[in-house]
Design a protein around this ligand. Structure first.
Ligand SMILES: Cc1cc2nc3c(=O)[nH]c(=O)nc-3n(C[C@H](O)[C@H](O)[C@H](O)COP(=O)(O)O)c2cc1C
Ligand SMILES: Nc1ncnc2c1ncn2[C@@H]1O[C@H](COP(=O)(O)OP(=O)(O)OP(=O)(O)O)[C@@H](O)[C@H]1O
Length: 285
C-alpha cells in the first residue's frame, strides 16, 4: 500500500467534484483517469448518499478531500495553484460540463482550461458531456428527490448500484420478536433515509461478507409507539446483530399505515414478506 503523500506526488490525473452518490455520471469522469489518477472531492458537508468515507466503496481510486470552507475564498488561479502544489506531476484534469469552482463558483471549465493549460502546454482538461439515463440527466439532487418519493428503482438506475444506508444497531421497543417478527433496529443519521414505507431489501450484518434477503420498514411506527424507526426483518433465518448493519434498497412495497390492531399489522407484514420473497427470487438475490 502506498502512503497518501506518495499517491499525491505520483498522480498525473485528477477528477474534481462533490461526488455524493458516486453515480453513473461521476463514474463516467473516473473512466478518464489514468492508472494513478486521484478523485478530488470538494466536501460541502451535505453529502448524505455517500457520507464521510462511503464514497471509497465505489472506486478503487484514491480519494483526496478539500473542505469547501477551506478553499471557497480562492480565485480561479488560486485553485489551480493549489492543485499544482498538491499534485506536482498533474497532466490531466477531468470535470463535467457544468463544473464551476472558486469564489462564488465564478469560474467554469473554460477558465480551468485557460488557467491550467497556460503553464502546462502538453496538459489536458477533459470536459465530460452530460450523462443521461433514458434521456434524463443524472445528478445527485435528482437521486435524493427519487429516494424522497420512494422511487428506489429510479434512484438505483442513476446510482448504478442499490442505494445503501449503514447504521449502528439500537434497541427497539421489544415487541417485534414477541408479537410480530424479529427486526434489527438501526440509527443511520448520516444518510438520507428514503420515504416512509416498506421495502424489499437486502441486509448485511456486522462485518459479514454477504447480504441476507430482507424486508425493511422505514417510518414512524404509527400503529404502536409512534416513534421513528429503521428496521429490517431478515428472511433467511435467525441472525444475531452485534453492532451495525447496512440495508440495500431494491424496491418499494407500500406506504406506512396505521393499523387498528396487532393482528392487522401482523397480516400486513406477512404479505410484505411474501412480496419481498417473490421479488428477491425473481432477481435471484
Ligand atoms: C415488514 C414490516 C412492515 C411494517 N409496517 C408497518 C406499518 O405499516 N405501520 C406501522 O406502524 N408499523 C409498521 N411496522 C413496524 C412495526 O410496528 C414494528 O416492527 C413494531 O412496532 C415492533 O417494533 P420493535 O422492533 O421496535 O419492537 C412494520 C415492520 C415490518 C418489519
Ligand atoms: N450527469 C453528469 N454528466 C457529466 N458530468 C457530471 C454529471 N453529474 C455530475 N457531473 C460532474 O461530476 C463532478 C461532480 O459533480 P457534482 O458533485 O456537482 O454532481 P451532481 O450529481 O451534479 O450533484 P448535484 O446534483 O448536487 O449538483 C463535476 O465535475 C460535474 O460537472
Amino acid at each position: 500500500m502506498l502512503n497518501t503523500a506518495t499517491i499525491l506526488q505520483n498522480s498525473t490525473s485528477v477528477a474534481i467534484g462533490g461526488f455524493d452518490g458516486m453515480h453513473i455520471g461521476h463514474q463516467e469522469l473516473f473512466h478518464h483517469l489514468d492508472q494513478n489518477g486521484v478523485i478530488v472531492v470538494i466536501n460541502t458537508g451535505y453529502a448524505n448518499l455517500t457520507p464521510s468515507h462511503f464514497r471509497q466503496r465505489h472506486t478503487d481510486k484514491h480519494l483526496h478531500y478539500y473542505n469547501l470552507e477551506d478553499i471557497r475564498h480562492l480565485d480561479g488561479a488560486g485553485f489551480v495553484e493549489l492543485l499544482k502544489k498538491d499534485f506536482p506531476k498533474l497532466q490531466k484534469i477531468v470535470v463535467g460540463y457544468d463544473f464551476h469552482f472558486g469564489k462564488d463558483r465564478r469560474y467554469s471549465y473554460e477558465d480551468l482550461k485557460e488557467l491550467f493549460l497556460k503553464e502546462n502546454e502538453d496538459g489536458e482538461v477533459v470536459i465530460v458531456k452530460e450523462v443521461k439515463h433514458h434521456n434524463d440527466a443524472v445528478h445527485s439532487h435528482k437521486i435524493r428527490q427519487k429516494l424522497a418519493i420512494g422511487d428506489i428503482k429510479g434512484a438505483n438506475e442513476f446510482l448504478g448500484y442499490n442505494y445503501t444506508i449503514c447504521g449502528k444497531k439500537i434497541t427497539g421497543q421489544g415487541i417485534g420478536a414477541k408479537e410480530l417478527v424479529a427486526t434489527i433496529n438501526l440509527e443511520a443519521k448520516e444518510f438520507l433515509v428514503p420515504k416512509e414505507g416498506v421495502y424489499v431489501t437486502t441486509t448485511r450484518i456486522d462485518d459479514e461478507e454477504h447480504f441476507h434477503p430482507s424486508v425493511s420498514f422505514i417510518g414512524h411506527r404509527v400503529s404502536t409507539d409512534g416513534s421513528f424507526a429503521i428496521e429490517s426483518h431478515i428472511l433467511d433465518g435467525k441472525v444475531v446483530c452485534e453492532e451495525k448493519a447496512e440495508i440495500s434498497f431494491i424496491a418499494y412495497i407500500r406506504e406506512n399505515k396505521k393499523f387498528e390492531s396487532m393482528d392487522e399489522l401482523r397480516d400486513a407484514i406477512k404479505k410484505d414478506i411474501a412480496v419481498a420473497n417473490r421479488e428477491l427470487q425473481r432477481l435471484e438475490l
